[in-house]
Every structure is written in structure tokens, then in C-alpha cells.
Design a protein. Structure first.
Length: 181
């Protein structure tokens, strides 16, 4: 990311902003998809985040924080999208948690369980998991991106993992449907 382009865009240079957009859209779309689990809704959230970036760019105090700031905007747009249509959140699991040596059928079952557990999380909890585990941001940076204290980011991650674990344990207790050929 070119800090000088951000500074030019902050002064109203549309071409500079247009030069920033392609890279930003790729990053933001990936985050939005992992949080929402739906391509169309992720595209809507990303588009809203980019529009808000243009509208609010002058308020960005530190041009070097443009990337983190845009993550905050896309998470906010995902929240808005979830409030607008809460019944449509599908959210695929953003983490590669499955061991390679298991058979394919078991991997599909495990992935389905993880997706169900991930879907049950709030957008705020999903955002922390995506930013920390998928993007690899340290919790200090996750807190900055989301505009929350580091301790709150750490707490959200803890409760998100705990909720996923409880959900997985609950699913394990349910009787499995038998498939007969």
C-alpha cells in the first residue's frame, strides 16, 4: 500500500483512491466472505466499505493505518448486512483445522460441524477469529482494527473459541443419521 496515494486520496484525488481500490477490494472481500459466508452479501458489504472509505477518508488520522482502517469498515459493513438480513448468514469456517490423514467422509462431516459452530457465533466473534486466525493479525492489531481494547479482543476470541467448542460438543452428542446404500 502506497501511503502517498492515501494522502492524495485524502485530499480528494479520485485517481489516487481508484489506484488503492483494487488491492483493498481483494483483501476486504476475503474478510467479508469469511464473516458472512455468502458471495453476494460479501460483495455488498465490501462495496459499502469502499464507499464509506471514500466518504470518510479525510477522517483517517494516520495514512499508514489505511489497511487496518478498511478492515474496520468492512467488519462494520458485515454487521450492517447481518442486521439487514440475519437469517441469511452462512459463514464458512475460515480455518484449516482438519488433519490431512482422515478419510474424506470424516473430513466433510468435521467441516460441516465447524461451519455450523462458526455460523452460531456473532459477527463480532467471527470478525476476531477471521482477523486473528485467518489474516494472522496479533490481538493488539485486531483490537486496533476493531476499535476495541486488546483485552476485549482477547476476551472475544476466548469466548468465540469456547462457544465453538461447546457447539461442537453439543453436535457430537446428537444421534448421527445412518446412511444405508
Amino acid at each position: 500500500m502506497d501511503v502517498e496515494l492515501v494522502r492524495l486520496a485524502q485530499r480528494g484525488d479520485r485517481e489516487a483512491f481508484a489506484a488503492l481500490v483494487p488491492e483493498a477490494v481483494d483483501r476486504l472481500l476475503g474478510v467479508a466472505y469469511r464473516i458472512l459466508g455468502d458471495k453476494d452479501r460479501a460483495e455488498e458489504a465490501t462495496q459499502l466499505a469502499v464507499i464509506n472509505a471514500w466518504r470518510k477518508l479525510r477522517s483517517l488520522r494516520d495514512p499508514e493505518r489505511f489497511e487496518a482502517w478498511t478492515y474496520r469498515l468492512v467488519v462494520s459493513a458485515c454487521r450492517d448486512e447481518t442486521r439487514r438480513r440475519p437469517w441469511e448468514v452462512r459463514a464458512p469456517v475460515a480455518l484449516a483445522l482438519l488433519p490431512e490423514h482422515r478419510n474424506a467422509e470424516r473430513q466433510v462431516d468435521d467441516r460441516d460441524q465447524l461451519e455450523r459452530a462458526f455460523r452460531r457465533l456473532s459477527v463480532d466473534h467471527r470478525a476476531v477469529i477471521v482477523l486473528h486466525h485467518h489474516l494472522g493479525l496479533p490481538l493488539v492489531e485486531v483490537g486496533r482494527v476493531l476499535g476495541i481494547p486488546t483485552g476485549t479482543a482477547r476476551s472475544r476470541l476466548h469466548y468465540a473459541v469456547r462457544a465453538m467448542r461447546a457447539s461442537l460438543e453439543h453436535d457430537d452428542e446428537l444421534p448421527k443419521a445412518r446412511v444405508t446404500a
